[in-house]
Design a binder for this molecule. Structure first.
Ligand code: PEP
Ligand code: MG
Length: 573
């Protein structure tokens, strides 16, 4: 009997093949008392050494077969194994508690995993996954258990697993592994990222796959929509085969657009940029034909560590991004910490409403030394490319003026010190607070550009916490209230000869794109993997035609009405 369920679409495409369950090896750890602590520490070190050698081989293989960028994942694993903050307490535990290495390892690792997982932060959750993966490898060596190896698969299959570790994923040979389904994970987990790189269709976070799918059963993985169909009938199989054929054809068309400018049917050019979190993401931006970086979220540089990054460290990171983009526009957002993004080493009082609290520019103005360090680093890096600096969470003109004054002060100081600084840095703001959208005409006289942060603009306009699932129905990018605000911002900027971009999730949405084109948005910034699809869509649209629809769209009453109108007339047409 066919059975279907869904998860998170993690890597596009459709695969149809037999299920291959990748079971986790039984790594039963018992607490044992030992007498010779020195010998036990030596046993632990041996397992550590074996794991290091194994990881070095996998890292090397990945660098050769996939890319240096993907191989970095194993660099991260090797770092975990050489981290004295993890290894030290394990040895300490063996010696002081006289317990076996397996137990000391598992207990210590679990403590770190729980700590990282409890953080409301995707990046730290991924570090927890790294520790879990590495712990499994060392435990297997200690216990003398072999880890099931996906590289042994020699027929076409779809892998079903609770989770795929990066070391599993890298062994996946796309010739045989046609797709995979995991019960846990999200779009930004390592396995999802690797699946996109390998172009293997994948659905993650499926929750019940391991519990319900038997080895050898025919399975369809629809990585486009996140669907899984177990034991499909012939009609369903052919329906999905057609969907895959259509997708393949589409992809081939998109790939031809990599080096093209983004120009609509009627000759109007817009810029397609990418949102990035680290300098490493630049490779993906260029592979996907990104024309700019529309948002570099610098807070990631401050996370996953125990002290602030120094001015030199920051300069290096910003310069790497600017050099990587080779003169293309690069919008770097200053520190946006607070809200759901916390820094362990920044001990701020707990707030009742952190999203409405001391975050982003408010925090930077409250802690000017912290802010000045970042501004100096940005200014020093500015000579390496086309830098644009953007302040987040601006609510009043006064905040913008204060932030800009600090920037100019640091610029003057650097110049006095004889340090070269670019003379053409644009300074703009994120429009993500309704007061700023409403006052855009006033702001437009003083800023060089706007970038609309719809993730926050929607949460503040609709008064709906973006982290709270029970009010997620109020995340309504097509609500005419939001669209009218977007229009106000774009119009205000154009009146003053300035430009407006959008770096919230909305910018990459296929229903939003035609509307934003009609509203005159100049720059669309999205995840790198969405760029080619957006370019293909924009090339088929006419700016003049969309402009002529704006009055009607903005006069509609609800988000659903807007979505239905645009989808039928301009997306599925
Ligand atoms: C936004 O708010 O739309 C945005 C792009 O910033 P972040 O998601 O980092 O808050
Ligand atoms: Mg924001």
């Amino acid at each position: 009997m066919a059975n279907s369920f869904s998860g998170i679409a993690a890597s596009n495409g459709i695969a149809i093949a037999k299920a291959y369950r990748l079971e986790n090896p039984e790594l039963n750890v018992e607490q044992k008392n030992i007498t010779d602590a020195e010998a036990e520490v030596a046993r632990f070190e041996k397992a550590l050494g074996q794991s290091v050698s194994e990881l070095e081989v996998i890292k090397e293989r990945t660098a050769q077969q996939i890319s240096e960028k993907e191989a970095d994942i194993f660099g991260a694993h090797l770092l975990v194994l050489s981290d004295p903050e993890l290894v030290g307490p394990i040895k300490e535990r063996i010696s002081s508690d006289k317990v076996n290495a397996e137990f000391a390892l598992q207990e210590t690792a679990n403590m770190f995993i729980a700590m990282f997982e409890s953080m409301d932060n995707e990046y730290m959750k991924e570090r927890a996954a790294d520790i879990r993966d590495v712990t499994k490898r060392v435990l297997a060596h200690l216990l003398g258990v072999s880890i099931q190896s996906p590289s042994m698969i020699s027929e076409e299959v779809i892998i079903i697993a609770e989770d795929l570790t990066p070391s599993d994923t890298v062994q996946l040979n796309p010739e045989f592994v046609k797709g995979f389904i995991t019960d846990i994970g999200g779009r930004t987990s390592h396995s999802a990222i690797l699946a996109r790189t390998l172009e293997i269709p994948a659905v993650v976070g499926a929750k019940t796959a391991m519990a319900t799918v038997q080895n050898g059963t025919l399975v369809i993985v629809d990585g486009l929509d996140g669907n899984i169909i177990v034991d499909p009938d012939a009609a369903t199989v052919s329906e999905y085969e057609e969907k895959q054929a259509a997708y393949d054809q589409q992809k081939a068309e998109w790939a031809t657009l990599k080096n093209e400018a983004t120009v609509t049917k009627d000759g109007h050019a817009v810029e397609l940029g990418a949102n990035i979190g680290t300098p490493k993401d630049i490779a993906g931006v260029l592979e996907n034909g990104g024309e700019a970086v529309g948002l570099y979220r610098t807070e990631f540089l401050y996370m996953g560590r125990d002290q602030f990054p120094t001015e030199d460290e920051q300069t290096e990171a910003y310069a790497a991004v600017l050099k990587g983009m080779d003169g293309k526009p690069t919008v770097v957002r200053t520190l946006d910490i607070g809200g759901d993004k916390e820094l362990s080493y920044l001990d701020l009082p707990k707030e009742l409403n952190p999203f409405l609290g001391l975050r982003a520019i408010r925090l930077c103005l409250e802690m000017p030394d912290l802010f000045r360090t970042q501004l100096r680093a940005l200014l020093r890096a500015s000579v390496h490319g086309n830098l644009k600096i953007m302040f987040p969470m601006i609510a009043t003109l006064d905040e913008f003026r204060k932030a800009k004054a600090l920037l100019l002060e640091e610029k003057a100081k650097l110049q006095d010190e004889g340090v070269a600084v670019s003379d053409s840095i644009e300074v703009g703001i994120m429009v993500e607070i309704p007061s700023t959208a409403v006052m855009a005409d006033i702001f437009a006289k003083e800023v060089d550009f706007f970038s609309i942060g719809t993730n926050d603009l929607i949460q503040y306009t609709m008064a709906a916490d973006r982290m709270n699932e029970s009010v997620s129905y109020l995340y309504q990018p097509f609500n005419p209230a939001i669209l009218r605000m977007v229009k106000m911002v774009i119009d205000a900027s154009h009146k003053e000869g300035k430009w407006t971009g959008m770096c919230g999730e909305m910018a990459g949405d296929e229903v939003a794109i035609p509307i934003l084109l009609g509203l005159g948005l100049d720059e669309f910034s999205m995840s790198a993997s969405s760029i080619l699809k957006a370019r293909a869509q924009l090339k088929k649209l006419s700016k003049a035609e969309m402009e002529s629809q704006v009055d009607h769209i903005l006069s509609l009453s609800t988000s659903d009405e807007v979505e239905e109108f645009v989808r039928t007339k301009f997306v599925n047409a």
